[in-house]
Structure formats: structure tokens, C-alpha cells
Design a protein around this ligand. Structure first.
Ligand code: NAD
Length: 490
């Protein structure tokens, strides 16, 4: 199947092309990138990269298309999103295989999570497009919510399709036109997505794809004078660069950036439920999720029990070949991530945190590939690097506290504010702590994922919200038309 994805993209000519103005075209320059399978570190495909010149062509196409798409009926936009949604589900296996190949997700996880929840963003955007009040009235004034314009969307490699649909769905629902730049490390699923958009009948120029790197293609988007909005999901470092470059043309900037999310285990929590669920959430997608709860903040008197239960949970994790259905966790996605995880495990040891499971190097029996050991440190001090810096790998810091006030202070004690969890058998107590946490989402007792719940960051985790109604509103401008309503005669 893997080779068939490459064959499919090769025979269609898509590996050599980008998608602009409804056509697969050769980029202006000669740059290419190798897609590396992280489970072997072998290259599996060569993909053409665009340049600043291609960004200009794509933006011009999106600008032309904006004239009609922005005033299309919301129902017609909902119909397009409906076709996109159906096609993602129809091609789910292709996407799962591509994602597993390009970033190492275990195939079972790609099938059960990466692809279906990516489809959810499109379904939700479809429903909102069909029901959102784009025109309301306040007295004699009409309040019009209309598409902001041409949007450049920059996405990361960790949940490649999911991050694309979280932006493309709402932007289309709002009536915006799009130039997408996926991560240069995960271009295969994005090529399949562009193919799908064409098959779904997206009007010419409404959706464009320019593969490319951050410093050239991403920066060209951020600086471009004819782009109205740029939305980036990625590191805080890249988010800052984008905002700086975008400031000159006063475009709207939405940033979904890094995190170091806390999981506050309150003193009365049911440990047998809360701790395994906390480990699973921290290590989901091999810890490569921006909102992964990688700081477990625990009552000191229960520390020993929590360590034991957490290590038991780790023993159920199968780190192995991502193509095997038994594998729960594949490799990390790329060499930079592997080095980063090793560096941070080393930092935890050097700073004197107590290693309770995992550690440096690959898991036993895996001689090659970017596999890492799921690792838990305990007795972590809140100011240690492993408690402050985003690692983006399966490394959990267990931090003890002596009072609930201290737990809240630790939870809020990083530069980030993206996700958070609270565990308690007393809903009132959990709600009180949730209200004190400075982050865009708080999960009480591991609820099911909610695609309507707005998602985004406080502090250096970003600006703006994705998902649900708030996600669509990011792509809208507000126009007040005074005197719109007929004056009533006195
Ligand atoms: P990254 O910042 O290296 O890259 C993200 C995207 O930004 C890529 O498409 C990249 O090409 C682009 N980029 C890089 N430099 C740029 C520049 N100067 N100008 C314009 N674009 C640029 O991040 P990554 O390694 O792909 O992803 C991991 C990071 O993403 C983590 O920090 C993680 O927390 C964050 N993330 C955040 C969320 C969220 O919703 N908040 C979700 C997933 C990942």
C-alpha cells in the first residue's frame, strides 16, 4: 500500500507539481525535498518545492477567485464541504497510509484518529456554513460578517491532515480563498488532499497548494501585500517570525503554537482511572501533540502510587514498526525530533529528576529508525527544563504539590497556555480549579474530544481560536451598515 501511494502520486505527476488556479503546475524553481520514512530513515519520495514566485501566482489566483466565492451562497459552500467530507472518508485508508509513511504514526492510530477526526473538522465547518448568521441587525444597523479575503494557511507535520482540515474547512465556510503550505516534512497527505479538493469540485483558484519550506515559502506568504490573513500552526518560534513579517502589511495573524499542558490530579482523584488516562493523553501520537498534558501535577502524599500506576500504563505501550497493526506507538517523526527528545531526557537526568521508566536511546530490539523510549520522570521541580520547555515527544514530568493553590500555581507557571486537564471525583472542585487555569481549553476527567469546542492558546501558545463557530469567525470581517433598516416614521 505504501508503495502504491507513491506510485499513485508519481503516475499522476503530483510529486513534481504544486496546485494553482485549478491546475497541477510545475513550480518556478528546481527545489525538491526528500520525504524520509522515520521508521527506517530511508527516503521514500522526492517532492517538488515551490518558491516566493509560486506564492505570488497562487495568491493572484486566490484573489481572482475571491470575487465570486466570497459572495457564493453559504449553502453552496456547505455542499462543497459535504463532498470533501465524503471523499476523505472514502479515501481514509490512502490518507492513513500516507500519514503513517511521512510522519511515522502507527497505522492503527492513523486509521482510528488521524484521519477520522480530520474529517470531523470538515463536517463541523459544513454544518456551520449552512446555519451561521452572516447578517444580523441591531436597531437600524446591519451587522454583516463577511469573508476576510485571501488566506495563507501554514500547517505542521504532527497531525498533518487534521491541521489542514482545521483551517481549510472554516476558511471555506466563511467564503475565503486559500493558499495552503503544509509542512515540508509531511507533503504526501497534503498532495492527496489537493487531489481530493479538485475531485470534490472546488472552483478554480479557491484552493491552492504550494509545498515549500518556512523561510522561503512561509515567509513570502507572511509578507505578501495581497494576503489578508495568515494562519499558522507550528512552533512558537515560527509563529513569532510570521507575526513579525505580517505586521508590515497589517494582515490578520492567527497563531496556534506550542504548549506544555498541565494535568492536575486533585487529592481525591480516582488514580486507577486518572493516571493511565493521563499517560495515554501525554503519549498520544508519541507525545507529538501541541496540547499533550506532559506535566502531571500530583498530590505529594500519593506520589508513590501514581508512579507505580503510570509505569504499569507505559508497559502496555508497544513501540514498533508503524505498519504493524499491533503497534500503538511508531517512531518520532523526524531526526530533529529524535535529537530533541534525547537531549531533553538527558537534561532531565542532569537536572536531578528521578527517572521512573524509559530513558535515553531506542527501545530494546529496535536497531534503526527514530524510535524513542516512553519516559517518565518523577520528583520534577517546576522550574526544571523538562517542566518548562515543550519536548514534543513521549516524556512525562510528574511534579508533586503540597496544596491545591500550589498545584494551580505550577499549572500556570509556564509561558504556555494551550490545553489543561483536571482530575477529581468532586465535579465542583474540578470546576473551581478549571476556572483558575490560564489556558484555552481545560478537560475535566478526560471527556470525549469535542470538535465544536474552541481550541487555541493563552500567552505564548498563540492568538485566535480554531474549531467550531469560533474557528469560522476567525476568517470573517465585521461590517456595520448604518441606516440599513428603513427608519420607522414617528
Ligand atoms: P515548525 O514551527 O517548525 O513548522 C510549522 C510550519 O511553519 C511548517 O509548515 C513550517 O514550514 C512553517 N515555518 C517554519 N518557519 C517559518 C517561517 N519563518 N515563516 C513561515 N512559516 C514557517 O513546527 P513543526 O515542527 O512543524 O511542529 C511542531 C510545533 O507545532 C510544536 O511547537 C507544536 O506545539 C506546534 N503545534 C501547535 C499546535 C496548536 O494547535 N497549537 C498544533 C500542532 C503543533
Amino acid at each position: 500500500m505504501n508503495s502504491s501511494i507513491i506510485e499513485r502520486l508519481t503516475s499522476a505527476g503530483h510529486l513534481d507539481r504544486i496546485f494553482i488556479d485549478g491546475e497541477w503546475v510545475l513550480p518556478a524553481g528546481q527545489a525538491r525535498t526528500s520525504v524520509i520514512d522515520p521508521s527506517t530513515e530511508e527516503p521514500v519520495a522526492e517532492v517538488a518545492l515551490g518558491s516566493a514566485q509560486d506564492v505570488t501566482a497562487a495568491v493572484a489566483a486566490a484573489r481572482r477567485a475571491f470575487v465570486t466565492w466570497s459572495v457564493s451562497s453559504p449553502q453552496s459552500r456547505a455542499s462543497l464541504l459535504d463532498r470533501v467530507h465524503s471523499l476523505i472518508l472514502e479515501r481514509a485508508e490512502l490518507f492513513a497510509q500516507a500519514i503513517s509513511l511521512e510522519m511515522g504514526a502507527a497505522i492503527g492510530m492513523a486509521r482510528s484518529a488521524q484521519v477520522p477526526i480530520a474529517a470531523e473538522h470538515i463536517r463541523v465547518a459544513r454544518d456551520i456554513a449552512g446555519s451561521y448568521p452572516f447578517l444580523t441587525h441591531r436597531g437600524n444597523t446591519a451587522i454583516m460578517r463577511e469573508a476576510i479575503g485571501v488566506c495563507c494557511l501554514i500547517t505542521p507535520w504532527n497531525w498533518p491532515l487534521y491541521q489542514i482540515t482545521a483551517k481549510v474547512g472554516p476558511a471555506l465556510a466563511a467564503g475565503c480563498t486559500i493558499v495552503l503550505k503544509p509542512s515540508e516534512l509531511s507533503p504526501l497527505s497534503a498532495l492527496l488532499f489537493a487531489e481530493l479538493m479538485r475531485d470534490a469540485g472546488v472552483p478554480t483558484g479557491v484552493f491552492n497548494l504550494v509545498n515549500g519550506d518556512g523561510p522561503e515559502v512561509g515567509a513570502a506568504m507572511a509578507m505578501h501585500p495581497d494576503v489578508d490573513m495568515i494562519s499558522i500552526t507550528g512552533s512558537t518560534r515560527a509563529g513569532i517570525l510570521v507575526a513579525q513579517a505580517a505586521a508590515v502589511t497589517v494582515k490578520r495573524v492567527a497563531q496556534e503554537l506550542g504548549g506544555k499542558s498541565p494535568n492536575v490530579i486533585l487529592p481525591d482523584a480516582d488514580l486507577a482511572r486518572a493516571v493511565p488516562a493521563g499517560v495515554a493523553a501525554a503519549f498520544r501520537n508519541v507525545g507529538q501533540s501541541c496540547s499533550a498534558p506532559t506535566r502531571m501535577i500530583v498530590p505529594r502524599e500519593r506520589l508513590a502510587d501514581i508512579e507505580r500506576i503510570a509505569c504499569d500504563a507505559v508497559s502496555g505501550i508497544v513501540v514498533d514498526d508503524p505498519r504493524s497493526p499491533q503497534t500503538t506507538h511508531g517512531p518520532v517523526a523526524n531526526r530533529a525530533q529524535f535529537n530533541r527528545v534525547q537531549e531533553m531526557i538527558g537534561a532531565g537526568i542532569a537536572e536531578g529528576a528521578r527517572l521512573v521508566c524509559g530513558g535515553l536511546g531506542r527501545p530494546q530490539g529496535l536497531e534503526r529508525g527514530l524510535f524513542v523510549r516512553p519516559t517518565i520522570f518523577s520528583d520534577v521541580h517546576p522550574q526544571m527544563r523538562i517542566a518548562q520547555e515543550e519536548i514534543f515527544g513521549p516524556v512525562l514530568a510528574v511534579i508533586p504539590y503540597d496544596s491545591v493553590d500550589e498545584a494551580v500555581e505550577i499549572a500556570n507557571g509556564t509561558v504556555y497556555g494551550l490545553g489543561a486537564h483536571v482530575q477529581s471525583q468532586d465535579l465542583g472542585a474540578a470546576r473551581a480549579v478549571a476556572a483558575r487555569i490560564r489556558s484555552g481549553q481545560v478537560h475535566i476527567n478526560n471527556p470525549a474530544w469535542d470538535p465544536h469546542a474552541p481550541f487555541g492558546g493563552y500567552k505564548r501558545s498563540g492568538n485566535g481560536r480554531e474549531y467550531g463557530v469560533e474557528g469560522v469567525q476567525e476568517y470573517l470581517e465585521t461590517k456595520a451598515i448604518l441606516g440599513y433598516m428603513e427608519e420607522k416614521q414617528a
